[in-house]
Design a protein around this ligand. Structure first.
Ligand SMILES: O=P(O)(O)OC[C@H]1O[C@H](O[C@H]2O[C@H](CO)[C@@H](O)[C@H](O)[C@H]2O)[C@H](O)[C@@H](O)[C@@H]1O
Ligand SMILES: O=c1ccn([C@@H]2O[C@H](COP(=O)(O)OP(=O)(O)O)[C@@H](O)[C@H]2O)c(=O)[nH]1
Length: 921
């Protein structure tokens, strides 16, 4: 049984036992419950592991992180860890094999949830030996380090092995070697690697996501153009999708990683919409203003949105992503994520961590202790400042060297008492920008060493290579000050690893405020702006001179965070939330009415003789609103206008003798006059407060509610917000006031609306009998008793009386983009469950919605609407005698509604009304 189903079963039995106590209803309740179960499962598993140390060791054999005795390659030009045990790549040693089997057995017993991790880079990179066999090295970088720490799942990795293999035999053998590591290769040929990986990923997306801007077309290096690189990017993503397809089994969780695979969620969902797909970005997501410059900005966003869950390291990155989706795609951003036509893509922050135990344990190993002593001897009498980075422009290595130079310049007393050790792991060496960076760093380091070095010492030890794991741990452990100067960095795990190895030394972390880690380790670290060389230089001085008690306090703070926010926790939380996103989506779907089947509505229409069509106006009969808020809105007139393509069908319907058309809108009389003055229909303005047939005069349907004593104070507030919110406007109607920000900057408008609501709820009208209603881009204030449902009874009576209708009304279509408050109109026509005692229900004023299943019930009379309706009014117009199958209540473009059916947009309204019009006489 997979962990997922285990959790489910546990929650089900919990639910069964606790029905009376209540089900975990909200997402948060469910996630908290999952977390509890996870913790309980983990502590019971931990107990099991401790029974046998062999098993524990074995558990780590599965993937090549700490498991084997490993050393990092000393080959310059590679950034990989190399296994000492040459057999390891395909054939584990017998001890390792036994442990591995034990681990497998244990895993089988626990039966973990299957997880397909799809990342550009596999945790191992392959190197072909001269004899054609394969050697596997652990790949470098934070993504691999973190994912190697994930052990709670039955994980399979799908990715690129870092090498082009063109021959079939080579591919077959590499596939087999990788299978032993639970890895599945995606083969990319050299041309694709050049255009997709070196080109689109690392020369375009990487710099852009780190705020370094786009390269000029003529700096697209050896690759060709944006377009050809983008095509290669999509092609590569397609190859990853094919590989997933081959491995996928029902119930698997598919976790896509990073900027290399932004098309993957879309391709996977196109193949199988039921697949659980998550996507996580390891880099920052830049401000929407930066993302906007990317030629393929929209396609990338849309493809990612196909995922069920989208994760980022920090809230800020997530916020930028949501903001890009609202500003560039015009979609709705909500606190949960991004909504597109009722489909929610959940967006959340999941800060990554490390496998802290691995580092803590490693530092205690005898061989690491030996290395520590050796290093201490080597740097005796000197404080060690350490930098560990891939040689990448985002890591701010030149800035670091320059700041260190400044520190030496300003502090001659430290000259022979401090050394900067910089490990610069070569990376993406094919990309010209990286080659340039390498030369630049060498030049700066050479200059500083020339300036401050002596015959026996140099101030900067710069290594263009990677280190083996134990050497790295030893280095972390002897360090006095870790210096992280990234100019942008998704998280930066080096800072975490340093903290984990500092249990005894309690050194100081200087951390760039532009690394994601600043949000988690900021309180314990000295935060710096790497561009401010003087500030970094003085921080180095502050760190070197920091008193022990302050160092300890800072260290404890960080240590606690690093050991509690581990990579295991990170993955478990992500997967748990992904599982829950599916549950949530199902719950949401039950609140969305089914789409209207137009042919059924038309069929019932043709079979009926006395039809009423009640139509909302705004966002129902008007042009679809401009949501992009940029280009088009300037020329838009603020008054809503009837869609031109509706004029003809509407006229036909109005002229049909068997059909009565009513436009029932929140808009004022003049707006309806302007749009519908020359049609033959009924107009109900201000939510039904005013009514007229287009050949007659306006009359008030509920004069008792026309009391606007409160309006002045609300008007003041609306004026204030209109002045301060560009392109917003307000409408002073006869019975209500509406502030509208649909043409404003969406995010700013929403913030302003929040302020406005806060003010209205607590301020001038807090004690009045008014409703403050929040629309999707508006705030409206009106009397509590005014609703479309409250007005419809009187409207209907008036029309029946005026037209002298005698035949039963046998068809009602009532549709609009109505606020929840106005959805009482749908309930008005809704058939009631037949009542034994009609008189008793006739006195009921409770607007309970009958279940949708009661469609065959017969409408006997409308509900009484509210206390303002007189006893005489409560009696229904005798002609309203509606079979449930002939009633179509229909929300337009709302995700949740009490209506029976849904039309997704006003385009679908056009389609429906055209069809109906074609069936008039
Ligand atoms: O695979 P490469 O092209 O050699 O690059 C190595 C990795 O670099 C990036 O790492 C990021 O992920 C870390 C963990 O989440 C994070 O701490 C760091 O800030 C990021 O830079 C890249 O995102 C990975 O895909 C690469 O594998
Ligand atoms: O010689 C080395 C030095 C470092 N690392 C690892 O590379 C990762 C760097 O991750 P980070 O998040 O700091 O940045 P990234 O390189 O992913 O951008 C860390 O886990 C280091 O332990 C490595 O594999 N080989």
């Amino acid at each position: 049984m997979a962990i997922g189903s285990q959790v489910q079963e546990t929650s089900i039995s919990h639910n069964k036992n606790n029905l009376a106590l209540g089900l975990p209803r909200t997402r948060l309740e469910r996630l908290l419950r999952e977390r509890e179960i996870r913790k309980a499962t983990k502590s019971s598993n931990d107990g099991e592991v401790e029974v046998s140390s062999t098993q524990e060791h074995g558990a780590e054999v599965e993937l090549p992180s700490t498991q084997q005795q490993e050393s990092f390659s000393s080959d310059s030009g590679t950034s990989s860890r190399v296994f000492n045990d040459e057999q390891d790549s395909s054939e584990p040693t017998s001890k390792a094999r036994a442990s591995y089997d034990a681990c497998e057995r244990k895993e089988f017993q626990a039966s973990k949830q299957r997880l397909l991790v799809v990342a550009n880079r596999l945790p191992v990179s392959a190197v072909r030996r001269d004899d054609g066999s394969w050697h596997l090295n652990v790949s470098a970088g934070g993504l691999v380090s973190a994912l190697l720490g994930v052990k709670e799942f039955e994980t399979k990795w799908i990715g690129w092995a870092g090498v082009a293999v063109s021959d079939e035999i080579g591919r077959k053998e590499l596939t087999e070697a990788l299978a032993a590591k639970r890895c599945v290769p995606v083969f990319l040929d050299e041309e694709i690697v050049q255009q997709y990986y070196n080109g689109y990923c690392n020369n375009i997306l990487w710099p852009l996501f780190h705020y370094l801007g786009l390269p000029q077309e003529d700096r697209l290096a050896t690759t060709r153009s944006f377009q050809s690189q983008f095509d290669a990017y999509k092609k590569a993503n397609r190859l990853f999708a094919n590989a997933v397809k081959e491995q996928y089994e029902e119930g698997d969780v598919v976790w896509c990683h990073d900027y290399h695979l932004m098309f993957l969620p879309k391709y996977l969902k196109e193949e199988n919409s039921k697949m659980k797909v998550g996507w996580f970005l390891h880099t920052p997501f830049p401000s929407s203003e930066v993302h906007r410059t990317l030629p393929s900005r929209s396609e990338l966003l849309r493809s990612v949105l196909a995922a069920d869950l989208v994760g980022f390291h920090t809230y800020d990155y997530g916020r930028h992503f949501v903001s890009a989706c609202t500003r560039i795609l015009g979609l709705e951003g909500t606190p949960e994520g991004v909504e597109d036509q009722g489909k929610l893509t959940r967006v959340a922050a999941f800060p990554i961590g490390i496998d802290s135990d691995q580092f803590i344990k490693a530092v205690k190993l005898p061989q690491v202790q030996d290395l520590i002593k050796e290093l201490q001897g080597r740097f005796v009498g000197r404080k060690v400042v350490l930098g560990v980075d891939r040689l990448d422009m985002i890591k701010g290595i030149p800035q670091k060297a320059l700041a260190f130079e400044k520190f030496l310049e300003e502090n001659p007393n430290w000259h022979d008492k401090v050394v900067l050790l910089q490990i610069a792991v070569p990376t993406r060496t094919e990309v010209p920008e990286y080659q340039r960076l390498s030369s630049q760093v060498h030049e700066i380091v050479g200059r500083i060493n020339g300036r401050f070095g002596t015959l026996t010492t140099v101030p900067i030890h710069h290594l263009d290579r990677s280190l083996d794991f134990h050497s790295l741990c030893a280095l972390y452990a002897i360090t006095d000050v870790a210096l992280v100067t990234s100019i942008r960095d998704g998280m930066n795990l080096v800072s975490y690893e340093f903290v984990a190895c500092q249990a005894s030394k309690k050194g100081v972390l200087i951390l760039s405020e532009f690394a994601g880690a600043a949000q988690s380790l900021g309180a314990g670290a000295i935060l710096i702006n790497p561009w401010n060389v003087s500030e970094v230089a003085s921080s180095i001085g502050q760190a070197l001179d920091m008193p022990a008690d302050e160092r300890e306090k800072r260290h404890h703070h960080n240590f606690k965070h690093v050991t509690s926010h581990t990579s295991q926790e990170w993955a478990a939380t992500f997967v748990s939330e992904l599982n829950d996103t599916i549950v949530e989506a199902q719950l949401r779907r039950t609140q969305i009415p089914p789409p209207l089947r137009i042919e059924v509505a038309v069929d019932r229409f043709t079979c009926s003789n006395n039809r009423f069509i009640i139509l909302g106006f705004n966002a129902t009969l008007t042009e679809p609103g401009n949501t992009l808020g940029r280009k088009d809105s300037q020329i838009k007139v603020l008054e809503p206008k009837l869609r031109p393509d509706l004029q003809e069908p509407l006229r036909k319907l109005c002229n049909d003798p068997k059909t009565t058309v009513i436009v029932l809108s929140g808009s004022g009389r003049s707006v309806l006059d302007d749009n519908f003055g020359d049609y033959s229909l009924w107009l109900a303005a201000e939510n039904g407060m005013f009514l007229r047939v287009t050949t007659g005069d306006w009359m008030a349907t509920m004069p008792e509610n026309i009391n606007m004593d409160w309006a002045d104070s609300v008007k003041n507030v609306f004026e204030y917000f209109t002045e301060r919110t560009p392109r917003s406007h307000f409408e002073l109607r006869e019975t209500s006031l509406m502030w509208n920000y649909k043409y404003s900057d969406i995010e700013f408008g929403r913030l302003q609306a929040r302020d406005l609501l806060q003010h209205l709820w607590t301020g001038p009208i807090s004690n009045a009998s008014l409703d403050v209603l929040r629309g999707s881009r508006s705030v409206e204030v009106r009397s509590i008793s005014v609703t479309k449902g409250a007005a419809i009874d009187r409207i209907l009576r008036k029309i029946v009386q005026d037209k002298g209708i005698k035949d039963p009304i046998d068809y009602v279509l009532c549709m609009g983009h109505f606020l929840t408050k106005d959805e009482d109109i749908y309930r008005y026509f809704e058939p009631e469950v037949p009542s034994e005692t009609p008189s008793s229900s006739s006195s009921s004023s409770s607007p309970v919605t009958p279940p949708r299943t009661s469609r065959t019930a017969h409408l006997r009379r409308p509900r009484s609407m509210s206390s303002i309706v007189t006893e005489q009014d409560v009696r229904p117009p005798s002609v309203l005698d509606l079979q449930a199958d002939n009633y179509f209540s229909c929300t337009v473009a709302r995700e949740r509604s009490d209506s029976r059916y849904l039309l997704r947009s006003s385009d679908e309204v056009v389609e429906l009304l055209r069809e109906l019009a074609d069936h008039t006489v």
